[in-house]
Design a binder for this molecule. Structure first.
Ligand code: GTP
Length: 601
């Protein structure tokens, strides 16, 4: 297809505003998926995506669309739709997808209006110089208020309310008109067809049968089957086994030219060999300069993942190795814990990423796991001036700390004005500094705070939702490190540290954290033959204490003279219980107690 007849676009939207449903309708209306084969969320391939109704990996699909030109002749265009994830954790993937497009549909739920990720994604699209087509979705809903939100949307992007298209992804109303506007308004891609080949990788997924499938957008030149291709960041060369387009099933072609979007298969087994953001060229005629800069996505949140049954350790390692094949942003290394045994310290892009990985581990690999409280990256300067990066509280250089810096984020919260007071209180209690406040309409306000990331990873989102009856939305971006008065709180059982419960918290919150953990453990740990003090401490200073009183009665006492089989049963039961006990010093703690204490209320 000549570049003049190609349109590359993406749909950007807040979560649940109906992106996948609209994509489904486009597939159907353009005829690439027959009515018979249609199923909801056609493009979300992973089970977990479909169940939770969220898009994790971007996908690209090519659709034919015919329009009548001014002269009355029919012209056929190739529309490449590049799906983008809507959640904050995956902003990195969104920005790579946007770089592969010339235009974006800004999709807004006509019953909800603009939300935090609508804004975040719009700003990303504008940074990439994309043409924006504003669209209100779900106009079939009784609660839809398209007049009001068309104005809101027009104000936001500086257009006229009558240019805001009204569609329903569910019924299909307005979708044909939208396809026409894509052809009419989004510029055709431009590139140099005679230059050495340059293709940008905007996604790379692992397929159990075909190995890594790399999605590219051709910028210059042409790639053809059986060519030897080269990754510009690593200089690694691979044989191109197959090249094609998804429509939406993979269809091999004779090559990809300027502006086209398609996939490459090289037989490589590891997505790290085919990095999102990298430039592909050919070994025969390599390009001299890679496309715009590549940066690795950096993990922001860390957590220990342990098998509940220690003998699953090897399986857990294998499962992580497999997930890493398709998710280059997942990081892990072995770690051991007194309380939890052998496991892995894992790094994630954010909390949702953490949740998705642990859920995939348990669902796809059948593993029973326990995860420790999420931690962020602390930069500790010791009294000798040495800098230590701490992602695990148990690595904190106790007693040698001169200062600690924590990661900060800039957050944007969109909410109805009635909740402003409550949310401000919440943000202040999380050490937020107000940056600004803006009215989007009469009812809707944007609050901007600078906050420690560590305060957000700890159930902030849940609190925000419950305090606003679900009406607030949140987006955040990293904003450097900042020094703070942070301390490490340890939890001790009979004087022995239980590493999995150590946490780095603000000094003002240390007492609350210590008391909470000590109380929880007192309720969860069974009584022993001796008294067990539970303490919370900052260094050598005890800040909270609870006591588990000693067990007095011998459990077997009441069996003396009684039924011998009952006695044996009791002993066996005890033995079974022991298997899942962990020793902390002399104290026997059932594994379940650790798990319950870590998972909170
Ligand atoms: P993420 O992939 O999680 O970002 O969500 P999404 O934006 O793809 O939203 P999705 O298409 O999954 O739609 C979210 C919900 O809105 C689903 O329950 C849809 O059935 C519903 N929905 C989507 N479009 C329409 C529409 O036009 N009308 C109505 N009434 N409901 C819709």
């Amino acid at each position: 297809t000549p570049a003049s007849q190609i349109r590359n676009f993406c749909i950007i939207a807040h979560i649940d505003h109906g992106k996948s449903t609209l994509a489904d309708r486009m597939l159907q209306i353009t005829g690439v998926v027959s009515d018979r084969d249609m199923r909801a969320q056609y493009l979300d391939r992973m089970d977990i995506e479909r169940e939770r109704g969220i898009t994790i990996k971007s996908q690209a699909v090519r659709m034919p669309w015919q329009t009548d030109s001014a002269t009355g002749a029919t012209e056929t265009f190739a529309l490449n739709m590049i799906d983008t994830p809507g959640h904050v954790d995956f902003t990195y993937e969104v920005s790579r997808s946007l770089a592969a497009c010339e235009g974006a549909i800004l999709l807004v739920d006509a019953a909800q209006g603009i939300e935090a990720q609508t804004l975040a994604n719009l700003y990303l699209a504008l940074e990439n110089d994309l043409t924006i087509i504003p669209v209100l979705n779900k106009i079939d809903l009784p609660a839809a208020d398209p007049d009001k939100f068309a104005k809101e949307l027009a104000d936001l992007i500086g257009g006229r309310p009558e240019d805001v298209l009204r569609v329903s992804g569910k019924t299909g109303v307005g979708v044909e008109a939208l396809l026409d506007r894509i052809v009419g308004e989004i510029p055709a891609p431009v590139g140099d067809a005679d230059a050495p080949a340059r293709a940008m990788i905007f996604d790379s997924v692992y397929d159990a049968y075909r190995g890594v499938v790399t999605y590219v957008r051709m910028v210059d030149g042409r790639l053809e089957p059986r060519e030897r291709i080269q990754m510009m960041s690593t200089r690694a060369a691979h044989d191109l086994l197959e090249i094609g387009v998804s429509s939406p099933e993979p269809t091999p072609t004779q090559g990809l030219g300027v502006g086209e979007v398609g996939y490459l298969i090289t037989g490589v087994k590891d997505v790290r060999q085919s990095k999102v953001g990298d430039t592909v060229t050919t070994l025969r005629r390599p390009a001299s300069e890679a496309l715009a800069g590549y940066t690795d996505p950096k993990p922001m949140v860390f957590s220990g993942i342990y098998p509940i049954d220690g003998s699953d350790y090897a399986e857990l390692r294998e499962a992580l190795d497999k997930l890493k094949l398709s998710d280059a942003s997942l990081q892990y290394e072995p770690e051991t814990s007194v309380a939890l045994g052998f496991g892995f310290r894992c790094g994630f892009l954010g909390l949702l990423h953490l949740e998705i990985i642990t859920e995939r581990l348990s669902r796809e690999f059948g593993l029973d796991l326990i995860t420790t409280a999420p931690s962020v990256i602390y930069e500790v300067t010791t009294d000798t001036g040495e800098k230590v990066v701490v992602t695990n509280p148990s690595e904190y250089p106790d007693g040698r700390v001169a200062s600690v810096a924590e990661p900060m984020v800039k957050t944007a919260i969109l909410l109805p004005k009635d909740y402003v007071g409550t949310v401000m209180e919440l943000c202040q209690s999380r050490r937020g500094a107000l940056l600004g406040m803006e009215y989007f309409s009469e009812e809707r306000v944007e609050l901007r705070y600078r906050m420690p990331l560590g305060e957000i990873v700890f159930d902030f989102f849940d609190q925000l939702k419950s305090k606003t009856q679900g009406y607030a939305s949140l987006d955040y971006e990293p904003d450097g490190q900042q020094e703070a008065d942070l301390v490490k709180v340890d939890v001790l059982l009979q004087g022995d540290k239980v590493d999995a419960f150590s946490a780095i918290v603000h000094r003002e919150k240390a007492y609350a954290y210590g008391t909470m953990m000590a109380e929880r453990l007192r309720k969860l740990i069974p009584r022993q033959n001796f008294e067990v003090p539970i303490q919370a401490a900052i260094g050598a200073r005890i800040i909270a204490r609870e006591t588990i009183r000693a067990l007095r009665k011998d459990v077997l006492a009441k069996c003396y003279g009684g039924d011998i089989s009952r006695k044996r049963k009791l002993l066996e039961k005890q033995k079974e219980g022991k298997k899942r006990m962990k020793m902390v010093g002399r104290v026997e703690v059932p594994q379940e107690a650790f798990i319950a204490a870590l998972s909170g209320d």
